[in-house]
Design a protein around this ligand. Structure first.
Ligand code: HEM
Length: 56
């Protein structure tokens, strides 16, 4: 059973990057996100985090 998809808009960029790093290394488990996070470069994680944190 998949976890509810969390709301990302307006969350702090540093928090979002940390979660993506933790998904990429496997420190945080969440099947879909583990595979997505491993495909992102550090620059892409920062870009998507900046974008999401700037949305209301
Ligand atoms: C580039 C695209 C994506 C980004 C940047 C992204 C980012 C994130 C982040 C930062 C979290 C952690 C949220 C938190 O801690 O509050 C998260 C969790 C999650 N995302 Fe994504 N996500 C992406 C695509 C997707 C897609 C396509 C799906 C589903 C089809 C998905 C499903 C989930 C689920 C189910 C969780 C919760 C995982 C858990 O804690 O068990 N995400 N995502």
């Amino acid at each position: 059973m998949m976890a509810a998809i969390p709301r990302l808009n307006g969350q702090h960029a540093a928090y979002l990057v940390k979660q993506l790093d933790d998904f990429a290394t496997g420190k945080r488990q969440g099947m879909t996100m583990n595979s997505i996070a491993t495909t992102l470069t550090d620059a892409q994680k920062e870009a998507v985090a900046e974008y999401l944190s700037g949305r209301p």
